[in-house]
Design a protein around this ligand. Structure first.
Ligand code: SDX
Length: 427
């Protein structure tokens, strides 16, 4: 492997080391670039820039590979439980049964949210978007758990981690209940983590809650598939907010806001709204394909394309199969699933999409399953956030343990220079 790279600037040769990863990725280490040359790099959207070295998640966009701590996403989605995967991402290895038992019991200890948070929840209008509610409640957790802010020791870090893992699903459940105008449910330490997610969202006050194994299995798989995805927009947000030594809960709250955008996690809601619009419009997918290709039209085929995957998003493949299985098992016929499949077929044989390597991503089919589980469309991105929570925690913990410097990118200034101040009378 090459050890360094040279370039000539102003007749001087500069050499910078190459950094190689365990999956043979190579990067130019430019930590000394400005000091040696006075130059900075310019890369809007960081399409060519690595922000860190990380051992949490690896993905190969060309080959459509995704691994958490070296384990393939296919194996984990088939054979693991979400809390095991959370432990894997955060602590670096799958837990033994004793470790998982202790992790679950430490989470159970914290699975209560201060009743005063209900006052904040009550203050939101019912029409508030759930992601705005969730981001606010998550940030408010800091006020009720001040010790979670500065995690100086391993014990304090662990305590903050089990606290947010315990309280977050309660906030997710409460957010859904607020949106549906239903009374709030509490975490039940007799149930598993994922079963608690379902009971806090769906348990009705006027009937016994019976756990549906099909729903629990589908939720478990979806949460695992969303658990981490290296340096995506919201994870980079969590890292950069945490790099100022802001607390874990505040960093997660910032990540929720970043995930909300329709170009990122908000796409799963936008996909269903798009498919519904196509259905209402008579199912004419060709018309929407033309809109997606028309540069003068801001419409994009939501759920298609990806910054890194220039092949199939491996998660989309798994979720597409699961969508068929869940709808069959629940005896649901959802016309938008057929519209989605038709759209996919058309796009994959259309040169505009093929030339740009635009394939279905994680958001294209996930909403169809969430909908079949009875989750409202505006809650889909909240479910994405719940799945992504362990990844955000793992990346934040790695950034703090590596003592990474505060994130502060440079720029190229293109504004006015040397302006002379005139008094207001003369402007
Ligand atoms: C997630 O980063 C992650 O890992 C994210 C994520 C995660 O797990 O954290 O995987 C989750 O966010 C998945 C992506 C969900 N977003 C969407 O589905 C929204 C629709 N997709 C796009 O907006 C877009 O594909 C992005 C935002 C996902 C990626 O955009 P890029 O990498 O900045 O690519 P680009 O906008 O420069 O597009 C390249 C070309 C452009 O055309 P040209 O200028 O070359 O002619 O492809 C076109 C784009 O116009 N294009 C699309 C398109 N996506 C890209 N055209 C129509 N429909 C689309 N969906």
């Amino acid at each position: 492997m090459e050890k360094s790279i040279k370039f000539i600037y102003k007749d001087e040769t500069f050499e910078f080391p190459l950094v190689g990863g365990t999956e043979n990725e190579l990067g130019i280490d430019i930590k000394t670039l400005r000091a040696l040359t006075g130059l900075v790099t310019l890369d809007p959207g960081f399409k060519n820039s690595g922000s860190c070295e990380s051992g949490v998640t690896f993905l190969d966009g060309e080959k459509g590979i995704l691994k958490y701590r070296g384990y393939s996403i296919d194996d984990l989605a088939k054979g693991a439980d979400f809390l095991e995967v959370a432990y894997l991402l955060i602590f670096g290895e799958l837990p033994t049964s004793a470790q998982l038992e202790k992790f679950q019991s430490d989470i159970n200890e914290e699975a209560i949210v201060d009743e005063d948070l209900k006052t904040i929840l009550k203050s939101f209008p019912k029409t508030a978007h759930p992601m705005g509610i969730l981001a606010s409640l998550t940030s408010a957790l800091t006020a009720f758990n001040p010790s979670s802010v500065d995690v100086g020791s391993e014990e304090e870090m662990y305590q903050a981690i089990v606290t947010i893992l315990a309280k977050f699903p309660i906030l997710v459940g409460w957010t859904q209940r607020k949106v549906k105008g239903l009374p709030l449910n509490y975490y039940d330490t007799k149930l598993s983590y994922v079963d608690n997610v379902a009971q806090m969202m769906f348990k009705k006050p006027n009937s016994e809650y019976t756990s549906n194994p099909i729903v629990i299995e589908a939720l478990n798989k979806l949460l695992i598939l969303h658990a981490d995805h290296e340096q995506n927009c919201s994870t980079s947000t969590v890292r950069i907010v945490g790099s100022s030594h802001a607390g874990l809960f505040a960093s997660i709250s910032a990540g929720i806001s970043a995930l909300w955008g329709p170009l990122h996690g908000g796409a799963n809601q936008a996909v269903i709204e798009m498919l519904e619009a196509i259905k209402e419009d008579g199912g004419d997918t060709k018309k929407f394909m033309a809109k997606a290709k028309d540069k003068s039209d801001p419409f994009r085929l939501m759920g298609f394309g990806h910054r890194v995957y220039k092949n199939f998003d491996p998660r989309a493949k798994i979720i597409k199969v699961a969508a068929d299985e869940v709808l069959n098992e629940l005896g649901i016929v959802d016309p938008v699933l057929d519209i989605a499949k038709g759209l996919e077929q058309e796009a994959l044989s259309d040169s505009y999409f093929v030339d740009r390597k635009l394939y279905p991503n994680v958001d294209f089919y996930s909403g169809i399953i969430y909908r079949a589980l009875g989750i409202p469309t505006e809650m889909f991105t909240v479910m994405f956030a719940l799945g992504r929570l362990p990844g955000w925690i793992a990346q934040w913990k790695e950034m703090r343990e590596n003592n990474e410097p505060i994130g502060r990118p440079r720029q190229i200034y293109t504004g006015e220079t040397n302006k002379v101040l005139k008094t207001i009378e003369k402007r």
